[in-house]
Ligand binder design. Structure first.
Ligand SMILES: Nc1ncnc2c1ncn2[C@@H]1O[C@H](COP(=O)(O)OP(=O)(O)OP(=O)(O)O)[C@@H](O)[C@H]1O
Length: 305
């Protein structure tokens, strides 16, 4: 099973939201990382077949998805960022409605809904109106509807918004389990949500593919650029003004431990810190996604320029 994104671009008037992206997705969990406006949703819509690329194409097992029509919808599950539902629907009615749209028989539908409600821990609210559910519960209904047809390809756009930490862990485990033999693509800017479960990540910025690789491969790109040291509390504003600080922790003795990103240590008490995927993300998106060509040009390895 293979989903090939072949030189796909999307232009809105003079804005190139997605710019010549090529990616070969194999079974496993894929993290699609990028700041707000990077082009994640646009790319996912094209992969879902609900938006036409301006150029390029998406192929499922070598066949362009447009020509697959219904056949593609049968193997596809999608959770958009904002999923629509009629507020008067109960959880059960809504899922039965989506199951009918996806062509499940009544029997299959009943079995699948029961199974999924258990997996996403919603059995207790089976008869409740969706409008009355908490944000996290609505999200889980969205996840259940995307899984109804047991899809081979599952695309989730910012799926963990509104989930509490316990729910996030359950959700991650559910996806890891589900991804066996399936392609799961998760778009997010919450890096820890995909750091440990994604087999591979694709990072996009300004519509372009910037890097692909496993967590281990990608964190190597910021090796030697993450530092930590302990400084007096009064020095924090000065350090903040000249460094990209990732975290600050107040110590019991009144000092502050900082972790920061820099090409070189800023003092002789700094020690190298083990990099994480979030550090790479912050290195690439220092101002929440503002283009920084100087930084990009220094990248090597998995960075596509
Ligand atoms: N229908 C549209 N018409 C015009 N511009 C659009 C349209 N959809 C998206 N864009 C623009 O394309 C760019 C990419 O948007 P997109 O929603 O794909 O980004 P994103 O990475 O999903 O962002 P977020 O994380 O905020 O959802 C943005 O600059 C956005 O304003």
């Amino acid at each position: 099973m293979e989903l090939l994104i072949d030189k796909v671009s999307k232009k809105f008037k003079d804005k190139k939201a997605v710019d010549n992206i090529s990616l070969e997705l194999m079974p496993g969990v894929w993290g699609l990382l990028g700041a707000n406006g990077a082009g994640k949703t646009t790319l996912m819509r094209m992969i879902a077949g609900i938006m036409q690329p301006t150029s390029g194409q998406v192929l499922y097992d070598g066949v362009p998805i447009q020509t697959l029509g219904e056949g593609y919808r049968d193997v596809f599950g999608f959770l958009p960022q904002e999923f629509g539902f009629y507020p008067e629907f109960t959880v059960k009615d809504y899922l039965a409605y989506v199951a009918a749209l996806k062509g499940l028989t009544e029997r299959e539908s009943r079995r699948r809904i029961r199974e999924l409600l258990e997996r996403v821990s919603l059995t207790d609210v089976y008869n409740k109106k969706i409008a009355r559910l908490s944000g996290g519960m609505k999200r889980r209904v969205g996840i259940a509807q995307a899984l109804l047809n047991d899809p081979e390809i599952l695309i989730l756009d910012e799926p963990t918004g509104g989930l509490d930490p316990g729910e996030r862990v359950r959700f991650r485990n559910l996806l890891s389990e589900f991804a066996h033999d399936r392609i799961v693509l998760i778009s997010t800017h919450i890096v820890p949500d995909v750091e440990y479960i994604a087999t591979c990540h694709a990072i996009i910025r300004d519509g372009r593919l910037l890097a692909t690789g496993t967590t281990e491969e990608l964190v190597r790109l910021v090796e030697g650029k993450v530092w930590s040291c302990t400084i007096p509390a009064r020095a924090v504003p000065e350090y903040e003004s000249r460094l990209q600080i990732i975290s600050l922790r107040n110590e019991n003795d009144g000092s502050v431990s900082i972790r920061y990103l820099a090409e070189n240590p800023c003092n002789d008490i700094s020690v190298p810190s083990v990099p994480r995927l979030e550090d790479l993300y912050l290195w690439l998106f220092p101002q929440g996604g503002v283009e920084n060509p100087k930084r990009t040009s220094r990248k090597k390895g998995g960075i596509h320029r």
